[in-house]
Design a protein around this ligand. Structure first.
Ligand code: ZN
Length: 422
């Protein structure tokens, strides 16, 4: 296997990112990230991969209900603490001054409880997919930006990852190259339809790196229990993204998943699913490590992740790219108005709770960073223009330094094709 830069270059060598885990140590699985990937790679079907990943997360006692934290977020509001960040200026008292997302004014009673059990929905797609290899939708381009090659999709996803990390971490954006590489995996699955088994079995690589290569670096750099946890979060993201895309490709606009998640005024189900498909949770841990946020509760990581996704959508709405998404979380034939009110109300509740409960500044900032990156990153403006913008010389240099020079191998390039439907 070829890796362009086995030892990533850049400022990371002088400032290694190590330290104690950021995430709470609740995983049933006690092995390393490399061992986890190795075990997961033995799965032969999407259903087996789901079972193995879930077993590592919850253990055998989990009854796979809405209480299961691998697929759901049964939230308990955090107790008050000593704030470590300033309150957002966009808050419950100012929200009605801005028409973000539409809907009504802030609603303090927005529900934060699941109504839909994701398990049967995901099982149904897993049964439909089987081994998840060789479907026509595999490796199709979902970026809506007209990429001509897989190399282009990978290169732009890595640009996005660098820019995201800078918006979250400032000048420390390159302190942990593996955190940037991990973020790039979380970006590319939005752009390409990638079979999850290809992720765990190493057939999908970015700049020569597989998920297992990242796991190895995490283990070597002392990520501890954060390593297997972010890997499981990434695999969860790939499985849910794949389920969404396979369903959309088989019947655009009328998927079982979307129909179930969006059928009532309850916004929580679609919001959690949506946060999973962006893997905000796994990336929050990576960002917390870069910034040395210290130990964080499950609630802080999840609330910050939800706010990260919702602040992005709140800002996509006024610049008219929210509606470009294949699956937007508030879509509903009957309840979209209530759902939009709930969507931004949940954001306003959670971002205040993060501050009031004393969450690390890194996670508060991560939660509201959608207000920053939608404005500053080409990714969003490219979506509106349906075409790519040229890479700047600075980004080209950083791509070389942080990732390498060969974005896609020949087998990925052969499998890449445009996606037409939808
Ligand atoms: Zn579970």
């Amino acid at each position: 296997m070829k890796i362009d830069h086995p030892i990533p270059i850049g400022r990371s060598q002088s400032q290694p990112v190590g330290g104690h885990p950021v995430s709470p140590d609740f995983l049933h699985y006690r092995g390393t990230a490399v061992q986890a990937l190795d075990e997961l790679s033995q799965a032969q079907t999407l259903g087996q991969l789901l079972d193995r990943a879930h077993m590592m997360w919850c253990g055998p006692a989990c009854e796979q209900t809405m209480a299961c934290t691998f697929l759901h977020y049964p939230r308990v509001a955090p107790p008050p603490g000593t704030p470590r960040a300033q309150r957002s200026r966009y808050n419950k008292e100012t929200a009605d001054l801005f028409p973000l997302m539409g809907g009504d004014e802030y609603d303090p009673s927005s529900v934060k409880v699941h109504e839909v059990d994701f398990w049967p929905l995901l099982r149904a797609v897993a049964g439909q997919v089987g081994a998840g290899k060789g479907l026509p939708v595999d490796y199709s381009d979902w970026s809506k930006k007209g990429d001509a090659t897989a190399a282009a999709s990978v290169r732009y996803a890595c640009r996005d990852a660098i820019q995201y990390m800078a918006n979250w971490s400032g000048e420390r954006y390159a302190d942990s190259p593996v955190a940037v590489h991990y973020t790039a995996f979380a970006v590319i699955v939005d752009e390409l339809c990638i079979p999850p088994l290809d992720l765990v079995q190493g057939r999908f690589r970015m700049y020569g790196r597989s998920a297992a290569d990242l796991a190895q670096v995490m283990d070597e750099q002392g990520w501890g229990s954060d390593g297997p946890q972010v890997m499981l979060a990434l695999i969860r993201q790939f499985m849910l993204q794949y389920a969404e895309k396979v369903e959309h490709a088989s019947d655009p606009g009328r998927t079982r998943l979307k129909a179930h998640l969006n059928k009532t005024p309850n916004m929580w189900d679609a919001l959690i699913y949506r946060t999973h498909t962006a893997n905000c949770y796994g990336v929050a841990i990576a960002v917390g490590r870069v910034l040395g946020s210290g130990p964080s509760s499950f609630t802080w990581l999840w609330d910050s992740s939800i706010c990260n996704a919702t602040s992005m959508d709140l800002c996509k709405h006024p610049i008219e790219i929210y509606g470009y998404d294949y699956q937007n979380a508030t879509a509903s034939p009957r309840f979209f108005h209530q759902r939009r009110t709930a969507y931004r109300s949940i954001y306003l509740d959670l971002i205040d709770d993060l501050v009031a409960s004393g969450a690390p500044e890194a996670l508060v900032h991560y939660g509201r960073s959608g207000f920053l990156f939608v404005q500053t990153q080409e990714r969003y403006h490219e979506r509106r223009a349906s075409r790519r913008m040229p890479l700047t010389p600075a980004i080209t240099t950083h791509l070389h330094d942080l990732f390498g020079d060969t974005p896609a191998d020949s087998s990925l390039e052969r499998r890449f094709h445009p996606y037409k439907a939808g």
